[in-house]
Design a protein around this ligand. Structure first.
Ligand SMILES: Cc1cc2nc3c(=O)[nH]c(=O)nc-3n(C[C@H](O)[C@H](O)[C@H](O)COP(=O)(O)OP(=O)(O)OC[C@H]3O[C@@H](n4cnc5c(N)ncnc54)[C@H](O)[C@@H]3O)c2cc1C
Length: 396
C-alpha cells in the first residue's frame, strides 16, 4: 500500500503535520518508535496555549495546572536575586504522555494512521516516490515529514544536518516527584489548582539553567547544562541537578515524596536556518531542525507551528524554497533563527556566567548602598552594549 505522506515521529511536530495533511484529504501514515505518542518524550513541560491553538483544538487540552506565577532567580557567588511575575499569556503545565496522545488523537480523528513500536531506519528514493525502511518492513510514500526530534539520525543520513556537537548542545536532566494534589499546593503555597514555575540561571559550579514546574500531583525539576562545560570540567549532569535541588531548597520541598521519573535528553542550540529543512519532497520539522527558543525555553510551540507548515507543504507540493520561506515567515521560527548569533556568543564565550555575576553583584551593591563595585565591570560595558543591540535586533 502506498501513502501520500509518511510522517516519522509522533511528537508535537509530527502530529501537527499529520493533522494538517490528513485534514486536507491526504492518506497519511505516521510511524512512532515508542508504544504510543509521548512515551519516548522528555519535557518540563510548560506550554503557551495560544501557540498550540493556532493548529489544534485546545478546548479539552489535558492541562495539569495553569501557571499563575513565574519566579525568576539569578544565582552567583555574589548572592541570589529573585523576581516574581504573573504571566501575560495563558501558560499551562502538561504531562507529555497525555499531551502528545491528545495531539495525536486529533490527527487520528481525521483518519491519519499510526503504526507504533516501529523505528524508521532509512529512506530511499524510488523513481518518483520514497521507500521508508523500518525495523518491521518497508513502506512507500510520495512525500516524507521528518519529525524525529533532536536525535534525528535520518536527517543526518540524508545530509540535511550535521551531527550535534558539544558546543551546540545542552544536556538536560529531569526528575518528577509524586505527591498528592493538596501537598503540591501546600508546599508551594499555591491556592487550589494554580501552578507555579521557576526559572533559575546559575553559574556555580558550572553555568546552568534550572526549572521547577508543578503538575496536578507532582513536581518536576530539572537542569540544562552546556555539554561543553560538562566535558571540559568532567562533571556528571546529575551532580548539577543534586546541587540545584540542595541550593534552592527543593530537596526539602519534595521530602517524603516518591521519585516517579528520571530522564535525560539533549536540547539543540543550533539548527535552522543553518541546517537544511528540506530536500526534494522531504520536509524536516521541530527539534530535528533545532527549533527551540532558548530564551523562553519553548520548543513545543515552534515544533507544532513548523509541523503545520510541513503539513501544508506536503498537501500543496511546495518546493524547498517555498517551504523554507514559509518557515521563516512564521513569527515563532523567525525569532529562533534571529536569536542564533546571540545564543552562540552567550553560550560559547561564557557571557551568561559573566552577566549573572554582574547583575547579582550590582543589585547587592545597590541594596548595601556601596556602588564602588560598579567600576570593576567597566571593561564589560562594550560587550554588554553589543549583546543588547543583538538582542534588540533579534526582536524587530
Ligand atoms: C528536559 C527538557 C525540558 C523541556 N521543557 C520544555 C518546556 O517546558 N516547554 C517547551 O515548549 N519545550 C520544552 N522542551 C523542548 C521540547 O521537549 C521539544 O522542543 C519538543 O518536544 C520537540 O518536539 P518534536 O515533535 O520536534 O520532537 P519530539 O517531541 O522529540 O518527538 C519526536 C518523536 O519521534 C519519535 N522518533 C524518533 N526517531 C524515530 C524513528 N527513527 N522512527 C520512528 N519514530 C521516531 C520519538 O519517539 C518521538 O516520539 C524541553 C526539552 C527537554 C529535554
Amino acid at each position: 500500500m502506498k501513502f501520500d505522506v509518511i510522517v516519522i515521529g509522533a511528537g508535537p511536530a509530527g502530529s501537527a503535520a499529520s493533522l494538517l495533511a490528513s485534514k486536507a484529504g491526504l492518506k497519511v501514515l505516521t510511524i512512532e518508535r515508542g508504544p504510543e505518542p509521548g512515551s519516548k518524550n522528555v519535557s518540563g513541560a510548560m506550554i503557551r496555549v495560544s501557540e498550540i491553538a493556532k493548529v489544534f483544538d485546545t478546548s479539552n487540552l489535558p492541562a495539569e495546572r495553569e501557571v499563575k506565577k513565574i519566579k525568576l532567580m539569578l544565582s552567583s557567588k555574589n548572592g541570589d536575586v529573585s523576581v516574581e511575575a504573573s504571566p501575560l499569556t495563558k501558560l499551562v503545565t502538561v504531562s507529555r504522555l497525555k499531551f502528545d496522545k491528545f495531539l495525536w488523537q486529533q490527527a487520528e480523528n481525521n483518519k491519519a494512521l499510526l503504526i507504533p513500536k516501529t523505528t524508521a531506519l532509512g529512506i530511499e528514493k524510488d523513481s518518483s516516490s520514497y521507500k521508508v525502511i523500518t525495523d518491521r518492513g518497508e513502506i512507500e510514500g510520495d512525500k516524507i515529514v521528518l519529525a524525529e526530534g533532536v536525535n534525528s539520525l535520518l536527517s543526518m543520513k540524508l545530509g540535511l544536518r550535521p551531527e550535534l556537537s558539544p558546543e551546540s548542545t545542552v544536556q538536560a536532566i529531569k526528575e518528577v516527584y509524586s505527591l498528592n494534589k493538596e501537598e503540591v499546593s501546600k508546599r508551594l503555597n499555591l491556592s487550589s489548582d494554580d501552578g507555579l514555575a521557576w526559572r533559575v540561571i546559575s553559574n556555580s559550579p558550572v553555568p546552568y539553567a534550572g526549572f521547577l514546574y508543578t503538575y496536578k500531583d507532582s513536581i518536576s525539576v530539572g537542569v540544562g547544562i552546556p555539554m561543553q562545560e560538562l566535558i571540559e570540567r568532567k562533571i556528571r549532569p546529575y551532580e548539577i541537578l543534586d546541587e540545584f535541588e540542595k541550593k534552592f531548597g527543593i530537596t526539602e520541598l519534595v521530602k517524603g515524596s516518591s521519585l516517579r521519573e528520571y530522564s535525560a535528553k539533549i536540547i539543540p542550540e543550533d539548527g535552522f536556518p543553518k541546517w537544511r529543512a528540506c530536500k526534494e519532497g522531504i520536509y524536516a520539522v521541530g527539534d530535528s531542525i533545532g527549533l527551540v527558543n532558548p530564551l523562553v525555553f519553548n520548543g513545543i510551540g515552534p515544533a507544532i507551528i513548523s509541523g503545520s507548515i510541513a503539513g501544508t507543504a506536503v498537501t500543496e507540493s511546495w518546493s524547498c524554497q517555498k517551504y523554507v520561506s514559509e518557515l521563516y515567515n512564521s513569527r515563532e521560527i523567525k525569532e529562533i533563527a534571529k536569536l542564533r548569533p546571540i545564543e552562540s556568543e552567550m553560550l560559547g564565550k561564557g557571557y551568561l556566567s559573566v552577566y549573572d555575576d554582574m547583575i547579582t553583584n550590582l543589585i547587592e551593591s545597590w541594596i548595601s548602598g556601596d556602588l564602588s563595585e560598579v567600576s570593576q565591570y567597566k571593561s564589560q560595558f562594550p560587550s554588554m552594549i553589543k549583546h543588547l543591540l543583538m538582542l534588540w535586533g533579534s526582536m524587530i
